[in-house]
Design a protein around this ligand. Structure first.
Ligand code: BES
Ligand code: ZN
Length: 458
């Protein structure tokens, strides 16, 4: 009988073929046209968990997309339980014309697998499914108890899981959460993320005249909501990235000297990082380093503006209503609701009486910091080191994974963020990809984590 590690090595081709199937279903949770596909992906994942010999596999209906649950709980009462979280939904693929291969026809080129969701997050979810399978198909048992909770709405706000967690504490009870939905600092340098930024996402609508007006007959006499929007956006932050909303920074926990020291040692190759973006220069608050600005400082960014005439040719119009989508990335101890309130008050204080503004929230989550001293972190360090030949570094990530804060709040669970993505995986962008050697090493790392965590805790 092979060991779980040998099993994983022997079945690499199968694991890749199955991952391609998983990736070929377009589970774009935010687009209603893909609702049936998203459902089908949940069914596919549930079948795959069953095939991995997990038990109590369930597709749990919600008001949105279903949750997928599975467990294996026979390791014994004094053995710890690991709750594995991930998401089977993916980001939209637009602009489609920029993809070199179709986003839902997974394609291997060199060592990369190209597809929407390859890295974020289907490929990383699948790592743990296959690690558990390797154990159950060889030893017939796991060294620890394992529960999977995989959601289908992470990329569109996560409302269903947020409602589910406080109502199902018993079902989700565990000793630690394990999440692979982040990146390593580079190919050969594993990283454990211990800090994530939070998020406050807002939609702003600005209305002037009751209908579109001719800009010759009315321009100069009626204010233009699109110009007003430009003025508002210009007053949200200065050229150096300082946010101008009064009170915005009041609760920001200052970076300690010790933490700045730790972050300054991260081996981030700034030139390579910049080259990957294609931007002419890096940018941001001058008093902070790049690593600090990316993970430990709050931001405000406009994501989309809709308004006026955008079709071919020229049309002279004063638009009636315009829309703006924007978000603020938050750090400890900023409160998303309080930040939304401050934003609202500030905008209302600067908006002219010529228009009306309405602001609506579209999801918020506080930033999180994980305790780096828990036993599961030691198990993760050892597992990474054995699989990658290098000790992981600890870093803070600028992205958000709202469930991490909910696990802390409702389940008193710390999360080990065991990421296997890379900074140039192009998540949320065209030509998303996953570096396959890290898919296979990821499975090995997960196997070693389960083994090591059982030994540490017993
Ligand atoms: N996997 C990402 C979070 C992430 C991004 C980790 C970059 C590491 C690097 C996650 O799926 C995501 O995109 N989250 C959203 C959350 C938001 C919609 C609340 C994000 O960060 O924009
Ligand atoms: Zn993700």
């Amino acid at each position: 009988m092979p060991s779980p590690l040998e099993y994983a090595q022997q079945h690499r081709a199968d694991h890749l073929a199955e991952l391609k199937d998983f990736l070929s279903i377009p589970s774009v949770s935010t687009q209603p046209a893909h609702a049936a596909d998203t459902m089908q992906t949940a069914v596919w994942l549930a079948e795959s968990l069953k095939a991995a010999m997990l038990e109590n596999v369930a597709i749990i209906p919600t008001n949105g997309h279903p949750l997928v649950y599975a467990d294996w709980l026979h390791a014994g009462p004094n053995t710890p339980t690991v709750l594995i979280y991930g998401h089977y939904d993916v980001q939209p693929v637009e602009p489609l014309e920029e993809w070199h291969t179709p986003p839902f026809e997974p394609t291997v080129q060199n060592d990369f697998l190209y597809a929407r969701g390859a890295s974020d997050d289907k490929g990383q979810v699948f790592i743990h499914v296959k690690a558990v399978e390797a154990y159950l198909k060889t030893h017939g048992r796991l060294p620890v108890n394992v529960k999977f909770i995989i959601e289908g709405e992470e990329e569109s706000g996560g409302a269903s899981l947020r409602a589910f967690i406080p109502e199902n504490k018993e079902m989700l009870a565990a000793d630690v959460a394990l999440v692979s939905d982040t990146s390593m600092i580079s190919r050969d340098q594993p990283s454990i993320v211990y800090g994530l930024r939070g998020m406050c996402y807002l939609l702003m609508d600005i209305t002037g005249p009751a209908r579109d007006l001719h800009s010759g007959s009315f321009g100069g006499g009626i204010d233009n909501p699109l110009n007003v929007l430009g003025h508002i956006v210009a007053r949200l932050k200065d050229e150096n990235g300082h946010i101008l909303i009064p009170g915005f920074y009041d609760k920001v926990r200052p970076l300690s000297q010790e933490e700045r020291e730790v972050l300054s040692r991260l081996p981030l190759d700034e030139a390579a990082w910049l080259a990957e973006t294609g931007a002419p220069e890096a940018w941001g608050e001058p008093e902070y380093t790049l690593v600090e600005r990316l993970g430990a400082r709050p931001t405000l960014d406009v994501h989309g503006i809709i308004g006026g005439y955008t079709g071919p040719g020229a049309k002279t119009v004063l638009p009636s209503t315009v829309h703006c989508k924007l978000s603020m990335r938050l750090v400890p101890d900023q409160d998303p609701q309080e930040i939304a309130q401050l934003f609202q008050e500030y905008v209302q204080s600067i908006v002219p009486p010529t228009v009306t503004v309405t602001i609506n929230g579209r999801g918020g989550a506080p930033a999180t910091i994980t305790d780096r001293t828990i036993p599961a972190m030691r198990a993760a360090v050892t597992a990474y080191e054995a699989s990658f030949g290098k000790k992981p570094v600890f870093m803070r990530e600028g992205g958000s994974i709202p469930v991490v804060g909910q696990f802390q709040e409702f389940l008193a669970l710390e999360t080990v963020l065991m990421g296997f993505g890379l900074p140039d995986d192009r998540i949320h962008a065209p030509n998303e990809r996953f570096y396959l050697p890290n898919f296979y090493r990821g499975i090995e790392t997960s196997i070693r984590f389960l083994t090591g965590f059982a030994q540490l805790e017993s």
